[in-house]
Structure formats: structure tokens, C-alpha cells
Design a protein. Sequence first.
Length: 593
Amino acid sequence: MKRIILLFFVFAVVGSLHSSALVNVYGRDYKLLNGRWDAIVDLYDQGERMKIFENRAPEGNTDFYEYSFDGGLRLEVPGDWNSQSPELKYYEGTVWYGRHFDADPTPGEREFLYFGAVSYRCNVYLNGKLIGSHEGGFTPFEIDVTDYLKKGDNFLAVEVNNRRTVDAIPALAFDWWNYGGITRDVMLVTVPDNHIADYFIQLDKSAADKINVDVKMSQPVAGVKVSVEIPGLKKKFEAVTDNLGRVSGTIKSKDLKRWAPDAPVLYDVTVKGGDDTVEERIGFRNIEVDGTKILINGEPQFMRCVSFHEEIPQRMGRAFSRADATMLLNEAKDLGVNMIRLAHYPQNEYTVRMAEEMGIVLWQEIPIWQGIDFTDDNTRAKAQNMLAEMINRDKNRCAVGFWGVANETKPSEARNDFLKSLLETGKSIDTTRLYVAAFDLVEFDKDRRVFTMNDSFTDNLDVVAVNKYMGWYHPWPLSPAESVWDVNPDKPLIISEFGGEALYGQSGSRDVVSSWSEDSQARLYEDNLRMMENIPNLAGVSPWILFDFRSPFRFHPTNQEGWNRKGLVSDRGQRKKAWYIMRDFYQKKRNNQ
Ligand code: GCU
């Protein structure tokens, strides 16, 4: 598999040049390639040697092939393979997906194969030819297949590999299930030869009535007519491209209603460029920091947050659909949140767009999650590419307020350099949002008798976030009421993770965490919320986590059984006692807002 990994990386970098070749595919003309695909499990990575992507069938009396895509395993696309076959529950390795599809290419148009996500790396073959590769399990990529597509029948093979490696992102060990597969939508997208390759249409960071418009065509050709129309504002911006194929400008409107959690106003936007048209729904809002406050549209907002993994626990599978997004988001909304930290990686577009329609602010991050080799230049390039792919996909989504660049990293020069390069990459694309990272470095200072943190990297961030498991991983050094924090007092601080485990329905002593009881979890929540009253720059709270989730290193045979039980809701959708404590806390916060 070594050669393949190198190949993945090469394309991944090249791929980023195309990361904005197709912004907002859902607003375009596409053929959905979802459904049951043929599959071959290739545990020893022999498929390339055997050229199974050529999908040959024996012709004469003497030839034969030791594979066939027909008549064997079939896997749903989108979807992880782990939840589709008991034998694949723990599988880490290569699975080949294959399917036929008809095409009818038109001269003067370009055809792209678009993948919403493939976990974790893949090679893509069309009609027997390698046409592209990608690394990164949570961001979209597309391949221009115009020159490879045949009229009529085409055979598409995708070699997917989810093996963990030290230079991957995430790396060798992470606290969620290593789902593998073509885990999001696949489409064949048809666009004009010179098409809208990218656009960024967002409210100016420091104005309430000025929309900045940037549109880039795929070809560096001057004189192409571009328009951005917002019927709801009775506004239409028109311009012609420069010799880079770009237009920039502004739309001013005193009538603009800004998007906000309690009023998630979205406008229909039509972007036209040459013969291309893309339909969008875009919201316009301001988000900024003022001292220790987070302001949305100039008003201080306390971020009532919760996290969830991209997983449907009842199905024991990765979430991928509108129905999945509805389930997860409605459970979060019932808790009373105005924000969700999509842990620990970019989640699917249905979740992002539906959160936007529901008025939920989003923190999106790439999975720089413990164990990353910050000295490896390849890893750094991959992280930059992954961040760019995430931001390019969602930079027009006003619900996204925060870009997260890391979770629980340890201070070092290499880490600081690595994360600074991520901030530079992010800000080269988007300076309108807040940059954040979560740290688990808060310690109790026995001399000063306060909780403090010493990590100079926080100076580079707009908002500092802290994961702290008081009463679970850390016994209380003094009572919650006496627990005062002095952490980055001049910046907004979000408690991005706290909590403890409980098995739904299990009762026990409030004082004994090993009881894994709802009672001890409830006590832990009461104590932590009491402590948070002593954090002067607290700007938000995010319990870890909304649902119990699957993790290969949660071994306890009766309390965990391969599940991390920190959920406020069980893996079967049952709310634990702590859920009601958080719901009441958020109700009070909202009433006092
Ligand atoms: C960490 C980490 C989470 C993990 C959690 C836990 O803070 O960020 O991804 O699941 O702790 O230990 O449950």
C-alpha cells in the first residue's frame, strides 16, 4: 500500500488546486450515483497488481480472472462499510467499489465526478484508467472526467482504504470509530466549459449592510459577464471578469435582515457566470470578538453549545443523509443550543445547511486530534489541504462562525509552527470568521489556588477553548464553588468539553464515578456548572457529548462495550438525567441573555 499512499498525497495536493472547481454542487445540474455498488474486500492490497479496476471478464477457453465485481458483495453508497456487514465491523484495509453508469457527454461541457467524502484515502479509476486520488476522510473532492468519459456505459472503480497511519489526519489512535467507505454522496456534475469555479458572498466583517462579492470562473478569461442576484433585497450585482477570470464588488442594502440564531434569515441568491448558473441560499451576519465577549450582529451572545460525532448510534453507522441530520439537529435543538461543535472533523453538507436553516452557529474543525506528528512536512501539507477543502466548501455558510484548527495538542515549537501555518492557510481564504482551538492544559495552581493554563499559542487565536473533565478524569482539588479560573482572562473562553460517563438506566451513588450511573453523571454536571460561574471570561459551554458514541478503546465489558458513554443521550436515543440539567441551564441562560 506504500506506493498508493504516496500517490494519494500527490493528488491530494494537486486536488486542492481543484478544491474550489465546483462550489455548491447541490445547486447545480448533477446525476446522483448513489445506490448499491459492487464491492471486493482486498485485505492484502492485491487489487492493483491484479488490475481489478479493468473489470475484465474471461473471453477465450484459457483465460480467467480471480475476481469479479458482479455477483458478489454489494455496499450502499453513501455509507460506511462497518455497519453494512458483521465481518466488516472492525475492518481496516482496502475495499474496491465498482459500478457502471451511463453518460451522454455534450461537446463544450465539462463533466466532474464529485465525492462528498471517502474515508480515508482512495484511488479513482474510470474505464480502467487511474484518474485521481484523494486523502482525507471528511472533505469533498472532484475530478474532471471530461476526457475519460465514454458515451453510454462507463465503469467506475474506487479503491478505498481506511488504514490508520502515523502521518494521517487523524493519526493512529482516536476516540471515535474508524468508519471506512464512500461515506457521502457521489455525483456526476455537468458544467459549461468555462464555469463558475468559486465564489465567496458574505457580509463584510465590519458592516451591517455591505455584502462582499467574489466570483471566480474556471478559465482566466476577461470580459465574461457575471451577475449575483438577491431578489429578496431587490439587488443585482453585475460585472465582467478580469484577465484572471474573476470579479469582485459589493452589494449595499439598508433592508438586509441579518441571520441570527433566533432569526435565521436566508436569501435566495442566483450566481450567473457566462453560460453557468448556480442557485444558493445565503445568510448574512457579523461575528466578532469584543474583549471577552463573542458578538453576533453586534450583540453579545453566550454560546449554548453541544458536540456530536457524525454518527447515528442507533444504526451504529456514520451519518450521511438529510434524515440523519434531522435526527441529530433536532435532539440538539431540544437541549436549547444556539451552537454545535461538529466534532472532530468537517461533517456532511446536510448537517451544515440544516443547522443554518435552524439558526444554529457551527464550530467546524479538522481532526488534528492528539498524536499528530507536527515535525512531518507531508502531514503539515495534508492538514493545510484539508483545512482549505473544509473552508472552501463552507465559506458561504453563515452558520459557520468558528474554524477550529486543533484539539488537545501539547505545546512545542513544531506544534506552534504547524498550527500557525494552518491559521495562515485559513486566513488566506477566510478572514471573516473566528479561529479557535481546544486545549486540555488547564491545571490547578496549588500556590495561587486557581485553575490556570500556560500555552503561548493561544495568543494567535480569537477564542480559546478548554476541554476539562473535572470530577471525571480529574478529582476536585477543592469544592466547585471555590474553583476559580484565571485562563486567558483577556479573551473569550469556551468550555469546549466537560462531562463524564453514565450507562443509561444505571443508578448508583452520586459520589462514585465508577458506578457509571446517571446519578453520578448528574452530580458531575451540577458541580461543573457551579464551577463555571467562577470563570469571568466564560463565553460559552459545550458538554461532551450529545450522544453515546462508538470507540474501539472503551473496553469496560458492562459499562462501555465499545461505547464512550459520556452522552447526554444513550445510543438508543434515551435522555439521561444530565440531559435535563443541561436543558434547564440553557433555558436560564437564554432567558437571561
Ligand atoms: C477528549 C477528546 C474527545 C474524547 C474525550 C473523552 O477531550 O477531545 O474526543 O472523546 O476527551 O475522553 O471522552
